[in-house]
Design a protein around this ligand. Structure first.
Ligand code: NAP
Ligand code: ZN
Length: 369
């Protein structure tokens, strides 16, 4: 069965917020803006949003304390900061961290009597409407229903059970120019991971595959400038399209094991999300070629669409972008067992992956001490 469901309205424009006033107006008279500490201001997106809200006579509060890889406690702090005040909708401005936080704050504000940890367990929770204004070109959170939140109690990052598609994805290419170089590279690689993983998962569909191919062609356009540090506006634009399209892909197909395997590297070693994930792609792609009995030739197609001559060239590209990550053998064993106990994630591929396979993937991706 091939299906496609992605209810987010996407607007891409150089004056995006201004041209969208009529679309924003119906959401209500009071909103909460959710951002990180500085990117919403640096990128100019916060000023643009506030000007439009003022013009529309919509009241707003700003919660600007979202950290990278946000914790559930931060979401609760945002809810507490509002008290009993009526909020009609939430605007998230920033990278994946503030956008994911905005989605789950929307859930907590809609369900004021529920415990904040319920976002991890209850997939039936609804949310206030969320508008997403991305400032990084990587996660595609503006077009996915997912929110990845740090669970301090369990000491890991996790994809929440509560799911929220933004109502609007408001994309202005000028907001991406202020990203630091390392964030540009890491988020671009995250988008590439979404395209590749989405292309090989069990849940891939005809529609997600065709979109993934378009997304990979945008990544290919940006690749050389990305690696040589020549950050042109056309490179940024190609990456925004790659990342937004990648969000549409994984909203159908989900991601697969590289995404799960990267989380401990981010949680324990602070390796940025895109980089941590990408380290596992070459190993998983080779496994896919050996074990997927439906479309094993896809690995070669991926390499060709991304313009890599071989899996070795692809792996060298990733290591050049990411650098070395060292973990202990004991950690690799513990992470493999943790990942191996996540049957839902293992089922994201059509072939069996054992705990020994997972250990080998850690061994290949990281320097084991
Ligand atoms: P991020 O954590 O949102 O931001 C990384 C850093 O970049 C922050 O310091 C941020 O500043 C800064 N920054 C962002 N945009 C900027 C701009 N335009 N100018 C200057 N600085 C800017 O990074 P991200 O990679 O986009 O998001 C990662 C998170 O998304 C992870 O938690 C990951 O698990 C999640 N994720 C979600 C999905 C999904 O479908 N929902 C998919 C993949 C990943 P501030 O601190 O000021 O914000
Ligand atoms: Zn990702």
């Amino acid at each position: 069965m091939d299906t496609f469901y992605m209810p987010t309205k996407i607007i891409f424009d150089n004056d995006c917020l201004n041209v969208c006033k009529e679309l924003i107006m119906p959401f209500g008279k009071s909103c909460l803006i959710v951002t990180g500490r500085s990117s919403a201001r640096k990128s100019g997106a916060l000023d643009d949003a506030v000007n439009v809200l003022d013009e529309l006579d919509i009241e707003y509060d700003v919660f600007d304390e979202v950290e990278e890889n946000p914790s559930a406690e931060t979401l609760e702090k945002a809810r507490q900061s509002i008290g009993d005040k009526q909020i009609d909708f939430v605007i998230g401005i920033g990278g994946g961290s503030p956008l994911d936080a905005a989605k789950m704050i929307g859930v907590l504000l809609y369900n004021r009597k529920r415990h904040y940890r319920d976002i991890f367990k209850d997939g039936s929770l609804k949310s206030l409407p969320v508008l997403a204004i991305p400032t990084t070109s990587g996660t595609g959170s503006e077009t996915t229903p997912y929110a990845v939140i740090t669970d301090v109690e369990q000491q890991i990052k996790t994809s929440c059970q509560a799911k929220v598609f933004p109502e609007l994805a408001l994309i202005n290419p000028k907001y991406f120019r202020t990203m630091p170089k390392s964030v540009t590279v890491s988020t671009a690689i995250d988008a590439m991971c979404h395209l590749v993983e989405g292309y090989i998962t069990r849940k891939r569909t005809l529609y997600s595959d065709r979109l993934a191919e378009v997304g990979m062609s945008y990544f290919r356009q940006a690749k050389e400038d990305l690696m040589t540090g020549n950050f042109t506006s056309s490179m940024h634009e190609a990456l925004i399209h790659a990342s937004t399209i990648a969000g549409m892909v994984i909203s159908q197909s989900g991601t697969c094991i590289p995404h799960g395997m990267g989380y401990p590297l981010t949680y324990n070693y602070g390796v940025s999300h895109g980089k941590a994930t990408s380290l596992f792609l070459p190993g998983v792609l080779e496994m896919f070629e050996e074990r997927d009995h439906v479309e094993p030739e896809k690995m070669k197609r991926i390499l060709s669409m991304l313009d890599f001559g071989s899996i070795e060239a692809f792996e060298a590209f990733i290591h050049e972008a990411v650098g070395d990550v060292s973990i202990t053998k004991e950690e690799a064993k513990a992470y493999s067992e943790w990942m191996g106990s996540n049957q839902w994630k293992l089922d994201s591929l059509r072939f069996e992956v054992t705990i020994d396979d997972l250990y080998e993937l850690y061994e290949r991706a990281c320097r084991l001490t």
